[in-house]
Design a binder for this molecule. Structure first.
Ligand code: 5GP
Length: 218
């Protein structure tokens, strides 16, 4: 977790704490969200990236607690019932993934920069509960390029690929619902465009946020 800004250090009083927007990256399957997030992590380790809970099995090389928190259906049910997930979705009709609420709240409360990498259904839920979130749609340069990336990944069977392409078509149609669209033509540029959002969408300093000025003051 990135260290909170604004805490009292030995040298003196705290800097005003800047409240950062929650940035949510979504987009069609195989558009390259994971690659863009990996590049963002490399270039900007100060950005905290949420680790989702999932009921799907780990793929080779995936680590519990790093890539995902791998849980069974019963534990996922428990998290949903306890209200511990900010959002969750059933993906490709095969498993469920969701965002643990607590860590996101903690990072934002500490003035940290928090990023969720989730699907379109999840992004809609975040919009409903956190209207101040910045929703980013990662778009492929073209539909043909998206198909090429999906086939090139080679991790799915033909039936799974057909299902994912069908899902991707529906997901592409959701682009207008988002605040920002970033075209993933070049990974480094897409990561740079993403990180720029934290400075482009300042919410307020904590002092301003706590002030709640009367409207008549304006
Ligand atoms: P994968 O199984 O390949 O890691 O991810 C499949 C899809 O699940 C991706 O579109 C990814 O963004 C989405 N996803 C991963 N974690 C979450 C989550 O916590 N919530 C939601 N709604 N989608 C997620």
């Amino acid at each position: 977790m990135s260290s909170p800004t604004g805490s009292d250090g030995p040298g003196g009083p705290a800097q005003p704490l800047v409240v950062q927007p929650l940035v949510v990256l979504a987009g069609p399957t195989a558009v390259g969200k994971g690659t863009v997030v990996a590049e963002l992590r490399r270039l900007h380790p100060e950005v905290w990236v949420s680790v989702s809970v999932t009921t799907r099995a780990a793929r080779p090389g995936e680590r519990h607690g790093v890539d995902y928190l791998f849980v069974d259906d019963a534990e996922f049910d428990r998290l949903v019932a306890a209200g511990e997930l900010l959002e969750w979705a059933e993906l490709h009709g095969s498993h469920r993934s969701g965002t643990p609420r607590g860590p996101v709240d903690e990072v934002l409360a500490a003035g940290g920069k928090a990023l969720l990498e989730i699907d379109v259904q999840g992004a809609r839920q975040v919009r409903a509960v956190r209207p101040d979130a910045v929703l980013v749609f990662l778009a492929p340069p073209s539909w043909d390029e998206l198909v090429r990336r999906l086939v090139g990944r080679g991790t799915e069977s033909t039936a799974q690929r057909q299902q994912r392409l069908a899902t991707a078509r529906t997901e592409l149609a959701a682009a207008p619902e988002f605040d920002v669209t970033i075209v993933n033509a070049e990974v480094r540029q897409a990561a740079a465009d993403l990180v720029a959002l934290w400075t482009a969408h300042p919410i307020a300093s904590r002092a301003e946020a706590d002030h709640h000025p009367d409207i008549s003051e304006a």
